[in-house]
Design a protein around this ligand. Structure first.
Ligand code: HXC
Ligand code: NAP
Length: 284
């Protein structure tokens, strides 16, 4: 579908680019010609991913960086500019999350998640935006959110609060920074069984089965599907799209929203029985 040089000449910084969906995006963007920088807290994880990408002929630099620390974020972007001379795309993908009854959370647990997802995304966006505005170059921010940014969700409340904030940032800056040619786009993924997410959100086979069973298309997502969508959104073919969030979830959130969608469980026989019970208008 894509031309091989779709992202040639673009420098892309991906937070959380060493694992899961961030790694899948790094790999796809690199195949399409982008030059990459990946950051995260664990240097060994980043190094392994960089080695894999370099083995495929993809140019990548990496640096340990905690997005909760604005000083570390600035230093990471300095390194990108020193190495490549410019930066075109920021992907706010880093996240922290785990399931818990909210009343069991400590203040530090709340801070851990909101500081990574909301503050981290905003620190990175601010740092990139200031550089793009000063240089007059423009740029693109891609935020990875979740469907509960709109709906809310019990048991992941700090993440829902933070993702809702990132959604608000996406839409707010789409307008405010449009005059600087800075686009803001977002992806709302449904279930993609990465190690990082599944170990913290569906840690038992029973939880995993019930979670994965909610998808009308009958399967979970493949990271390559998300990476292809992301490649389009950061490419010049999407240059008139800003402030928009694209959902990629096999119909999951709509399944949860529609009041009668649980009727999918009924068999043809059940329907025969039920239909016979429902009053119909008789022609006189
Ligand atoms: C209750 C917990 C906890 C848990 C940690 N805490 N895990 N509380 N239940 N399972 C508490 C700790 O006790 C501590 O509070 C506080 O949180 C901070 O913990 P630390 O371990 O010191 O934090 P830190 O090292 O900063 O780690 C952050 C983290 C961790 C979020 C807790 O899980 C992490 O590093 N996650 C990164 C990767 C990740 O989460 N990936 C999943 C993204 S998936 P006290 O008071 O004891 O000091 C995603 C998908 C969304 O977002 C949608 C899915 C469909
Ligand atoms: P993941 O593999 O756990 O990715 C999270 C990444 O963020 C890790 O590489 C982690 O690296 C990094 N990170 C965490 N805290 C950080 C910090 N303070 N500073 C810098 N980096 C940090 O999980 P994933 O499933 O790929 O998730 C990627 C994105 O998709 C997240 O935004 C998530 O909310 C979103 N999402 C995922 C799903 C899904 O089903 N998988 C669904 C909806 C939304 P370190 O630990 O080394 O720092």
């Amino acid at each position: 579908m894509f031309q091989e040089d779709l992202l040639k000449g673009k420098v892309v910084l991906i937070t959380g680019g060493g694992t899961g969906l961030g790694k899948a995006m790094a790999s796809r963007f690199g195949q399409l010609g982008a030059d990459l920088a990946i950051i995260g807290r664990r240097t060994d994880v980043l190094r392994n991913t960089a080695d894999e990408l370099e083995a495929d002929g993809i140019e990548v630099i990496f640096r340990s960086c905690d997005v909760r620390d604005p000083g570390q974020v600035a230093a990471a972007m300095d390194q990108v500019y020193d190495h490549y001379g410019h930066m075109d795309v920021l992907v706010n993908n880093a996240a922290g999350n785990f399931i818990s009854p909210t009343e069991r959370l400590s203040h530090r647990a709340v801070d851990a998640i909101i500081n990574i997802v909301l503050h981290g995304s905003m620190y990175c966006t601010l740092e990139a935006g200031k550089r793009w505005i000063a240089a007059g170059t423009g740029g693109t921010v891609l935020n990875i959110v979740a469907s509960y940014a709109w709906t809310g969700s019990g048991y992941v409340v700090p993440s829902a609060v933070a993702k809702a904030g990132v959604l608000a940032m996406t839409r707010s800056l789409a307008v405010e920074w449009a005059k600087y040619h800075i686009r803001q786009v977002a992806i709302s993924p449904g279930p993609f069984p990465t190690e990082g997410a599944w170990s913290r959100l569906v840690p038992t086979p029973e939880l995993a089965q019930s979670f994965e069973g909610r998808v009308p298309l009958g399967r979970t997502g493949d990271p390559s599907e998300l990476a292809n969508l992301a490649a389009y959104l950061i490419s010049d073919y999407a240059s008139f799209i800003t402030g928009e969030v694209v959902t990629i979830d096999g119909g999951e959130w709509l399944n949860g929203a529609g009041q009668f969608n649980t009727l999918s469980q009924l068999t043809a026989q059940d329907w025969d029985h039920i239909s016979a019970m429902i009053p119909r208008n008789k022609k006189s």
